[in-house]
Design a binder for this molecule. Structure first.
Ligand SMILES: [Zn+2]
Ligand SMILES: [Zn+2]
Length: 363
C-alpha cells in the first residue's frame, strides 16, 4: 500500500515524506514516553522543532476558510465497513480501522480539509492504554469474560480526535416570570387546614459571563457524550500543532464543520446561561424566561485530542471504548453477558424473597 502512495504522489513526496531515521532509514514515530521522535527499529531519537503553546484564532476569519491541509501533507483513508475516515501523514498507511477493526481501509481522493492549529500530545504509549483498558474491563461486572480477555493491541489504537474549543464574552438581557410555592394555615377550629399557593414575581436584568475553552467534538464516532465522559482535557495548555506529532498515530477526520460546531456551542451556552440566570433567584416554577445573548471577542482553537480508541465485536454488534491519552480515564460500552444478567436476576429475586420471609414474621 505504501508503494501505491508513492506512485500517486511522485515528485512532491520527496520533500514531505515521513521522517526517516538517520541511522537505519526506518520511518520514525512519535514516542509519548519521551515526547520525541523515535526509530522503532534501532531506537535512535530526534527531538523536534518548536514546542509552542497554541494560540486562539478569530472565529470570523475561521468561518471564511482557515488553514487547509494540502494533498502533499496528509491523506484521507476511509473505512468500507463503518464509514470512519482518518487522516494520515503522507507516506504512512492505515492497517486497520481504529473504530471497527476491519482491514478494509482505503485511501480516498478526498482532501483532509482544515488543518488543526493546536494539539495535546499523547502522554503514554499503546501498551499502557491496553493495561488501563484491561483494568477498566475487569470492573465491568456484566461484560462477558471473552471481552475482558480480548482487549489487546489489535483492538486499541491511538487516534487524534478533532475538537473545537470556543471562547466568548457573553452579555444577556433577560426578562421572565418565576414563582415560589408557599404554604399557609387557614380557617379555625374544625376548618383549620393547610393551603399551598404560589408567589409570582417578574424578573429582568443583564447577565455577563465569559466562556473559556468550551469543548465541542467535530467527529460523530467520537461524539459529545464520549468526549464529556473522558474529559477533562487540558486544552488551555495545548501545543501548537506540528505534523511530527502525527507520526505513528492517526487523526480522525472531522464530520462537522467549524460553523456547525459553533452553532452547537451557542446552544450549549444558551442552556447554561438560563441555568446561571435562574440560579440567582429562589424559585421552583418558571412561567417563562426570555434571554437574548450577544457574543463578543469569539475565538476558537481547532485542537487534536489524544484518544486511544478500542473496538470490540460481540455477536455481530460493534462496541467502542475510549481512553483519554493524557489522563488515562476510560469510558465505553461493553457487551453484556446474557448468562450473568440471568444469574443476577435470579439472585435478585432470591434476595427479595428471603427478605420478605425474614421480615414477614415481624410485620
Ligand atoms: Zn533507526
Ligand atoms: Zn471502520
Amino acid at each position: 500500500m505504501a508503494e501505491v502512495l508513492r506512485e500517486n504522489f511522485d515528485g512532491v513526496e520527496a520533500q514531505t515524506e515521513t521522517v526517516k531515521c538517520s541511522s537505519c532509514g526506518s520511518n520514525m514515530v512519535f514516542n509519548p514516553e519521551t515526547q520525541t521522535l523515535e526509530c522503532p527499529h534501532c531506537g535512535t531519537t530526534k527531538s523536534f522543532g518548536n514546542v509552542g503553546m497554541a494560540g486562539e484564532l478569530d472565529l470570523r476569519a475561521g468561518l471564511y476558510g482557515g488553514n487547509r491541509w494540502t494533498a502533499e501533507e496528509a491523506v484521507v483513508f476511509g473505512c468500507d465497513n463503518c464509514g470512519a475516515k482518518v487522516v494520515l501523514k503522507q507516506g504512512e498507511t492505515a492497517a486497520s480501522c481504529p473504530f471497527c477493526g476491519t482491514a478494509h481501509v482505503r485511501k480516498t481522493e478526498e482532501l483532509a480539509g482544515v488543518k488543526p492549529n493546536a494539539l495535546i500530545p499523547f502522554a503514554f504509549d499503546g501498551k499502557k492504554a491496553i493495561e488501563l483498558s484491561k483494568a477498566w474491563a475487569k470492573k465491568r461486572f456484566f461484560a462477558p469474560r471473552k471481552f475482558k480477555k480480548n482487549v489487546d493491541a489489535d483492538h486499541v489504537k491511538g487516534v487524534y480526535a478533532p475538537c473545537f474549543t470556543f471562547d466568548s464574552k457573553t452579555t444577556s438581557y433577560y426578562e421572565g416570570r418565576i414563582g415560589q410555592t408557599r404554604t399557609r394555615t387557614v380557617g379555625s377550629g374544625k376548618n383549620r387546614r393547610t393551603q399551598t399557593y404560589t408567589v409570582w414575581r417578574n424578573i429582568c436584568g443583564t447577565f455577563d459571563f465569559n466562556y473559556d475553552d468550551l469543548l465541542i467534538t467535530a467527529g460523530s464516532k467520537f461524539g459529545q457524550r464520549e468526549l464529556n465522559k473522558i474529559s477533562p482535557f487540558d486544552t488551555n495548555n495545548s501545543r501548537t500543532y506540528e505534523e511530527e506529532y502525527l507520526l505513528g498515530f492517526m487523526a480522525y477526520h472531522y464530520d462537522s464543520e467549524l460553523s456547525d460546531c459553533w452553532s452547537r456551542a451557542k446552544k450549549d451556552i444558551d442552556a447554561d446561561l438560563r441555568r446561571r440566570i435562574l440560579s440567582q433567584y429562589v424559585h421552583d416554577k418558571v412561567a417563562y424566561l426570555n434571554v437574548s445573548t450577544s457574543h463578543a471577542d469569539v475565538t476558537y482553537k481547532y485542537v487534536m485530542l489524544p484518544v486511544y480508541v478500542g473496538n470490540y465485536n460481540f455477536k455481530s454488534k460493534l462496541y467502542n471504548f475510549f481512553v483519554n491519552g493524557s489522563t488515562g480515564k476510560v469510558w465505553g460500552k461493553t457487551p453484556k453477558s446474557p448468562l450473568k444478567i440471568t444469574i443476577a436476576a435470579i439472585l435478585g429475586v432470591a434476595v427479595v424473597t428471603l427478605l420478605i420471609l425474614l421480615l414477614g414474621g415481624n410485620i
